[in-house]
Design a protein around this ligand. Structure first.
Ligand code: ATP
Length: 453
């Protein structure tokens, strides 16, 4: 993590997420569990939208990628072959006075950052959670909660090759939970002990790896921007020779300017043939690929773009958070990209009067067939608008008494506060084009500008 300041106050963001039902501390009624978080009604939609957008971009819209959902528990030999049993550890020191533990590689000096006390010698601490399969808790039944999803894809290389008949270059994509018993925690959902990853293992012919590595760095950077993350808050950082992981030939981090400074959002590594060679050695199976052109068996190289769902969610929330003045009052809002926003449209009858109810419900029923739609008739219209702004809903649809006569409703845009009046008949189509990015003032037939923001 490097020093630099983003404009967002993490405390305000955490408070918004808690207050509005995005993210809660895990087991909160028992005082929480360190670095574990529960995604509430809005958080779950946000995460689902992120995962769907990733899947659409890397699987659905490509010919050279297939999906996988491997189990979290894997054969223990997997972690021997991968090097995790030996090497997946952080150097841990403990303060002799206050007994807090720290990662020694993250400390500025050899004193406890909390109380200035003396620290113990570092000892290596394996980050994998250990558990047992079956009723007997002995060494023979030890298994681990996977610390990354990647290994599931390496060990299924042959299965995928045989069942899909894919030819190089091709990739396997997977989204799933991973677990790390992290030593240093904190910074909200940036570093959790249970989190979700979105990983690609892209198999290529040796010699073409550099080209594919560069391609994926570019492609992944573009993906974050396509979800509205600002370019100036994204930065590439190349790993130095000294910090390269044992398996990596080259590695770039995509860093984001989080409130605590620049930090990793995604890692992209050229893993060479390390993984297939290791798993072939430990399993005794031949894991290679017959190249029709050269008539040779080769071991593909692997390019791995590895992203975190939780860190992406945090980056998107940080990037979207804003405060301004709307109609003379301060408001907090999330400028979420429509693809990512948990609720796309809110239907708001101007008043609770009975006469507006049937039409309002009719509109709501129609829209919820297409998108996550909210219905809210409590409190003043101004407060309801602000509530939707704060959770990032891009559009509000207001039904008023005139709507009963002219069969038109008002669409109000979160970011610009502009409003247009559109016939109910064309509301669905109009919203679809606005959600797809069309400017608010492109009016449907029969529509009119209602109010300038
Ligand atoms: P860090 O250096 O921050 O610990 P890492 O380099 O160990 O991260 P990788 O092993 O490259 O992370 O994992 C790939 C991605 O998985 C990261 O870029 C991040 O988005 C996500 N990730 C890793 N560890 C965590 C965690 N503890 N909590 C949330 N996301 C994580």
């Amino acid at each position: 993590m490097t020093e630099a300041k983003s404009k967002v106050d993490m405390e305000k963001l955490v408070s918004l997420c808690r207050r509005r039902g995005y993210i809660f501390p895990s087991s909160e009624i028992y005082g929480g569990l360190s670095s574990c978080w529960d995604y509430g009604p809005l958080g779950v939609e946000l995460k689902r939208n992120i995962k769907d957008a990733w899947w659409r971009a890397v699987v659905q819209q490509r010919d050279d990628m297939v999906g996988l959902d491997a189990s979290i528990l894997m054969h223990p030999k997997v972690w021997e072959a991968s090097g995790h049993l030996e090497g997946f550890s952080d150097p841990l020191v403990e303060c002799k006075s206050c007994h807090l533990r720290w990662r020694s590689d993250e400390l500025k000096n050899d004193k406890c950052p909390e109380c200035g006390g003396e620290l113990t010698e570092p000892r290596l601490f394996n980050l994998m959670f250990r558990t047992f399969v079956g009723p007997i808790e002995d060494e023979a039944s030890v298994v681990y909660l996977r610390p990354e999803t990647a290994q599931g894809m390496f060990v299924n290389f042959e299965n995928i090759l045989n069942t899909t008949r894919k030819r190089l270059p091709f990739g396997i994509a997977q989204i799933g939970k991973a677990f790390r018993n992290e030593v240093t925690t904190g910074n909200f959902i940036f570093r959790c002990r249970e989190f979700e990853q979105m990983e690609i293992e892209f198999f290529v012919k040796p010699g073409t790896d550099k080209e594919w590595f560069d391609y994926w760095v570019e492609e992944r950077l573009k993906w974050y921007m396509s979800l509205g993350v600002r370019k100036e808050n994204l930065k590439l950082r190349q790993h130095t020779k000294e910090e390269l992981a044992h398996y990596a030939r080259e590695c770039y981090d995509i860093n984001y300017l989080f409130p605590m400074g620049w930090a990793e959002l995604e890692g992209i590594a050229n893993r060479g043939d390390f993984d297939l060679v290791q798993h072939a050695k430990f399993s005794g199976k031949t894991l290679n690929y017959y190249d029709d052109e050269t008539k040779e068996h080769i071991v593909p190289y692997i390019i791995e773009p590895s992203a975190g769902v939780d860190r992406t969610a945090l980056a998107i929330l940080c990037d979207a958070y804003d405060e301004d003045i709307a109609d003379g009052e301060p408001r907090a809002l999330l400028h979420l990209h429509p693809t990512i926003a948990p609720i796309k449209v809110a239907v708001l009858p101007l008043s609770r009067k009975e006469t507006l109810a049937p039409l309002s419900k009719e509109v709501y029923e129609e829209l919820r067939q297409c998108w996550m739609t909210a219905f809210d008739e409590a409190q003043s219209i101004g407060r309801r608008y602000r509530r939707q702004d704060e959770i990032g809903t891009p559009f509000c649809v207001t039904i008023d008494f005139e709507s009963l006569e002219d069969k038109q409703v008002t669409i109000r845009e979160r970011d610009s506060l502009r409003q247009i009046r559109v016939p109910i008949d064309s509301l669905k189509n109009t919203l679809q084009t606005k959600l797809d990015g069309e400017d608010l003032f492109v009016l449907p037939e029969g529509g009119k500008i209602w109010k300038e923001g």
